[in-house]
Design a protein around this ligand. Sequence first.
Ligand code: FES
Length: 127
Amino acid sequence: MSRSIGHAALARQIGADKISAMPQFYDALPADYLAPGESMTVSVDEFPVAIANVNGEFFAFQNMCPHQATSLGGRPVKDCIITCSQHSSQYDVTTGKCVKPAEGDGFNQDLRTFEVEVVDDVIRVKI
Ligand code: FES
């Protein structure tokens, strides 16, 4: 099931006690820090966000698995799919879509995604 959430819900979901009212781009990390097939958790305006490199294109999404809040950043990305280490949920990092529910209870909430731009070889994330 897919649903969108507002900034306040996102702030609760990612464990932040504040979030900017007006989303804007923030520098996240140099583009050459993340090779194709890799992902990493970064702090964007103090919020943990995962960024993945899919064939040289960058995608940002909520770091915490929506099932039971396991960190997704740092996991390998194969053919735009990242797999949670806990119950094997799989997500398409280009869309946030849950493509394989969690083992056990079938939980299948999509990931929140964030707009990305690359300026002067720096990955920037809008949050
Ligand atoms: S915590 Fe990610 S699938 Fe359960």
